[in-house]
Design a protein around this ligand. Sequence first.
Ligand code: CP
Ligand code: NVA
Length: 306
Amino acid sequence: MDNLLRIADITVEDVSQILGTAKRMKAKTLTQTVEGKTIALLFEKPSLRTRVSFEVAMNRLDGNTINLTPQEIGLNGREPLEDIARVLDRYVDGIVLRTFEQETIDVMAKHTKAPVINALSDIEHPCQALADLLTITEYKKDLSKITIAFIGDGNNVSTSLALACSLVGASFRIACPTDYQLTENIVAQVNRNISLYGGAFEQLTDPTLAVEGADVIYTDVWVSMGQDEARDTRIKAFQGYQVTEKLIGHAKKDAIFMHDLPAHRGEEISENILDHPQSVVFDQAENRLHAQQAVLAMLLQAANKV
Ligand code: CP
Ligand code: NVA
């Protein structure tokens, strides 16, 4: 693995290595170092979890971070993105990018030797999905025997999660309005993975049907960053897709509830769901740190991009 641009690009072996390393790092049975290495963090959108966990992960690995804003480095027009990439590549050992468009991340990766990590784009949120698998393994022993029910938008978070599930043999169901389903390309790739590694995929419109017998109930915001203009239409379209105590009651008794956060009470979740006894959302948030520490160690120690 040379970069982490999307879950769609990585292999079963990559996932297994990242999860194994993350678990050992979390348990403090493995210490790794990237001493002397510096990564740049460049975010076009707000972030609490991703930004802070990358900084802390890099500190724990004895490395350094530089925080950049799109405005100060002139990301949008002062000079071509290709030139920014080639210049940054002379200074830093890795670039962590949160962008409005996946293409910005792809172009950056194409023009750097340093590994590039997608910290969320319009298409995928790979770091989130890896941390989510780590969290699920802490509660459910065998990923190949579980069903994850995602209630809500076919967005960056559900795309990465569906792909990640299809690499580890976990079954994935998404319940969403027909206009907000995962793209055909993603569904095709998920199904190709399933034919190789097992599991199942279903796209439904009924949230109750989706959570029936599920081991994990997962939701994310209905209006992602950058979609504010479509806010009213989206809120209307997703009525009936709120995760409530009643909905959780349709899943298995020992099902866990997950949300990547930030959450919007009264929209995708009812008021007290984050504090529900089956909610693991803050463990999930913590695991961003451990999963990303493993990704950083793997990418920065190898750093063999050509
Ligand atoms: N879940 C997540 O990526 O959170 P932030 O947007 O706060 O980084
Ligand atoms: N789908 C959300 C995830 C936030 C972490 C967004 O893109 O805003």
